[in-house]
Design a protein around this ligand. Structure first.
Ligand code: 5AD
Length: 361
């Protein structure tokens, strides 16, 4: 009886596992409940973050990722400051409310300074109205502090998996890839005052239901403000591709991702949950479906078109051939079909974050 679990105030690990494993009829009940919890807590609204993937140059070597350092089969790029600022201006003009700056992971003073300068410039060009999420990997506390001072509002650092054993199956085990350090970074971001987000990949080789339940409990215990999580999609130029025959089917990974989002919404009703782009790589309406059952943030790609093809984290990464304004109209209509309204001009801060700030006053 899934109703028994859905009516509980707090979910145990075995409840979570049961929900993640539930059959088609029960998953509809789960989705109805998570949609209701979303509507009651954060409303049927979607906040945009215009995504600028400004460079695919990366010092890391994650076994799943197409832009890992050891992959030489594609072109590296690095947008000029002008291109980045133009993209931010576009987001501001189009009332996106927020942008997300993302790149491969780099760790040196020139990079830190560049980001600092860009953050200040983006705040200035938008009259300090455009919200900024950054997703630039593991950095020192000093760097995080500098970027916060320069105007960053939110930081997304996915834990990828909360299980250290699984972490080292999908990353090299060395100084640059350290699970404990990653957790410490998330804690530091939160202590410094960022709206802090994390997330995982769903359907990784060797991942169990137990792992996924632990991941959700990890997010709850870390008291995160936002989450971005989506299906793992194999990339042929990466080491994990060798396990492609051991994976769930793409459809199963998609459904499991929706269930994971729905369960997180039940567990953390007032956080921001992003509808990850990887969902769209499996189903053209994947992000809308995630929004319908619990997510409330969408990240339209506004990276200048000529570079988009080269930010290939995984295969089938969606590319649009439409102009940006046609795409904007299309997406707005599509989200309306799934019962949600785009909140233009709103920076869309996490309600959870606002509440915990008030509590600490
Ligand atoms: N499939 C799905 N998501 C991926 N990411 C990287 N590679 C893949 C892949 N093959 C995700 C990781 C990372 C984010 C930038 O993209 O979770 O944190």
């Amino acid at each position: 009886m899934i109703e028994r679990i859905l009516n509980k105030k707090s979910l145990s690990k075995s409840d979570i596992i049961e929900l993640l494993k539930c059959n088609a009829t029960d998953s509809q009940k789960l989705f109805e409940k998570s949609a209701l919890v979303k509507a009651e807590n954060v409303g049927n609204k979607v906040y945009y973050r215009g995504l600028i993937e400004f460079s695919n140059i990366c010092e890391k070597d994650c076994y799943y990722c197409g832009i890992r350092q050891s992959n030489k089969n594609f072109k590296r790029y690095n947008l000029s400051d002008k291109d980045i600022l133009d993209a931010a201006r576009f987001a501001y003009r189009e009332n996106y409310g927020s942008i997300a700056l993302q790149s491969g992971e780099l760790n040196h003073p020139a990079f830190t300074q560049r980001i600092e300068k860009l953050l200040k410039a983006i705040k200035a060009l938008s009259d300090h109205k455009l919200g900024i999420t950054i997703s630039l990997g593991e950095q020192s506390k000093e760097t995080y502090q500098k970027w916060l001072n320069a105007g960053a509002d939110r930081y997304l650092l996915r834990i990828e998996t909360s299980n250290p054993d699984l972490y080292y199956k999908i990353h090299p085990q060395n100084q640059k890839h350290n699970h404990e350090q990653r957790i410490e970074c998330i804690q530091t971001l939160r202590e410094l005052g960022y709206q802090t987000g994390t997330g995982i990949m769903i359907g990784l080789p060797f991942q169990s239901y137990d792992d996924l339940a632990n991941d959700l409990i990890f997010m709850k215990n870390m008291d995160i403000d936002m989450c971005g999580m989506g299906p793992f999609i194999e990339h042929s130029d990466t080491p994990l591709y060798q396990y492609k025959n051991k994976l769930l089917s793409l459809e199963e990974r998609f459904l499991l991702s929706l269930k994971t989002i729905a369960v997180l919404r039940l567990m953390m009703p007032d956080i921001n949950i992003a509808a990850a782009t990887a969902l769209q790589a499996i189903d053209p309406k994947g992000r809308e479906k995630a929004i319908q059952i619990g997510a409330n943030v969408l990240i339209p790609n506004i990276t200048p078109g000529i570079y988009r093809d080269n930010y290939n984290l995984y295969h089938n990464k969606p590319q649009t051939k439409q102009s940006d304004s046609d795409y904007k109209n299309h997406l707005e209509k599509s989200l309306a079909d799934y019962g949600n309204t785009v909140e233009y001009g709103e920076c869309g801060n996490s309600l959870h974050f606002k509440k915990r700030l008030n509590l600490n006053r």
